[in-house]
Design a protein around this ligand. Structure first.
Ligand code: MG
Length: 344
């Protein structure tokens, strides 16, 4: 198998600020895996909190290239990904870019969509959340109008303006809202008071209310909360589920955190076994990463895959968005084609 990769920078339509800081772009690396003239594509998107960068991803992918060259055929998915994972710890987004390219390639060789390979029902309504950034109290009217197609709004909170932001949105719409605090609330009593207030304002659930280190406080919050509390920063890989069991109502799975589709699928099954809710989310990603995640979307409770809608330029054609829903294609692999020449 031939493996290549290129670094790029994704620019956002507008900067967004979260508890981790304000950003207007994110580093990505695109990958291409070829076998007998057929190519599969992958993506690594690297938000700062995961600790990856162009440098770390490129160094890791050079090592992965040697592993991939050893395998004659892409069908040994489990063995290939285990070997790539064992190169070194971390590098979850870079690992995901290998996993996605491998699944895309395998689907194309088998002439099967990945949603088929995972036994997912393509005809299910796949409503995705649409993100309204915080610190934009003045712009909220425009943001709510921009989101008119979407049934589910996602609001990033974690500042002193939290209640004002929700009140401003609630003046304009009674749509379901999910709140992502991005670890932004430091005190458990204040967080509980806030969550109770949010529940009265028809908030569906709260994602990562407090810093992941404060697991006991979060478990206490979940036991008292009238709405589900979902882990994002607290759960990256499969092995993390065991550590947070009982402390959260559910988990937010992202391919860039968990090393890709193979592990994401195992995490969905494991969460189900434990009676946990499952959400699938994304980083700032093109239609490559998001089309990969979308293949698993019929298997989860909530979908937050608005990545391609929030970037200036998409590098791939992939899943379509229509009336607030993600539409899976009847195309092999993850159903994408490069929208601009990428690998010359
Ligand atoms: Mg989150």
């Amino acid at each position: 198998m031939k493996f290549s990769f290129i670094p790029e920078t994704l620019k956002f339509k507008r900067p967004f600020s979260i508890a981790h800081g304000s950003r207007d772009s994110t580093p990505v690396v695109f990958t291409k895996l070829e076998y007998e003239g057929i190519a599969g594509y992958g993506e690594a998107s690297m938000p700062p909190y995961l600790g990856e960068s162009h440098e770390t991803a490129l160094a890791f992918l050079s090592k992965a290239e040697k592993v991939l060259q050893k395998f004659k055929h892409p069908e040994k998915v489990e063995a290939i990904l285990a070997e790539v994972d064992n190169i070194q710890t971390g590098n979850s987004a870079a690992k995901a870019s290998v996993d996605i390219a491998l699944h895309d390639l395998l689907g194309k060789l088998q002439k099967k969509s990945c949603w088929q390979m995972f036994g997912a029902d393509k005809e299910k309504d796949l409503f995705t959340a649409y993100t309204i950034p915080m610190d934009e109290a003045n712009g909220i009217k425009g943001r709510v109008e921009e989101a008119q197609d979407y049934k589910l709004l996602k609001v990033k909170l974690g500042s002193v303006n939290d209640k004002k932001i929700i009140e401003d949105i609630r003046k304009r719409t009674d749509k379901s809202i999910i709140v992502d605090a991005n670890e932004g609330w430091a005190d458990k009593n204040a967080a509980l008071e806030m969550i109770q207030w949010l529940a009265e304002h028809k908030i569906l659930f709260v994602e990562q209310p407090m810093p992941k280190e404060k697991l006991d406080d979060i478990a206490w919050l979940t036991s008292k909360s009238p709405i589900p509390i979902i882990a994002d920063e607290s759960v990256q890989r499969f092995s993390d589920i065991e550590k947070i069991k009982g402390a959260y109502s559910g988990i937010n799975i992202k391919l860039m955190k968990c090393t890709g589709m193979h592990e994401a699928y195992r995490m969905i099954l494991q969460a189900r076994r434990l009676g946990m809710k499952v959400m699938i989310g994304c980083m700032s990603e093109t239609s490559c990463g998001v089309s990969a995640a979308a293949q698993l979307a019929p298997l989860v409770d909530w979908i937050d895959l608005d990545g391609p809608l929030l970037i200036k330029e998409d590098y791939f054609d992939g899943v379509k968005f229509s009336e607030g829903k993600i539409i899976l294609q009847d195309l092999p692999g993850i159903g994408i084609t490069p929208a601009i020449p990428l690998f010359k």
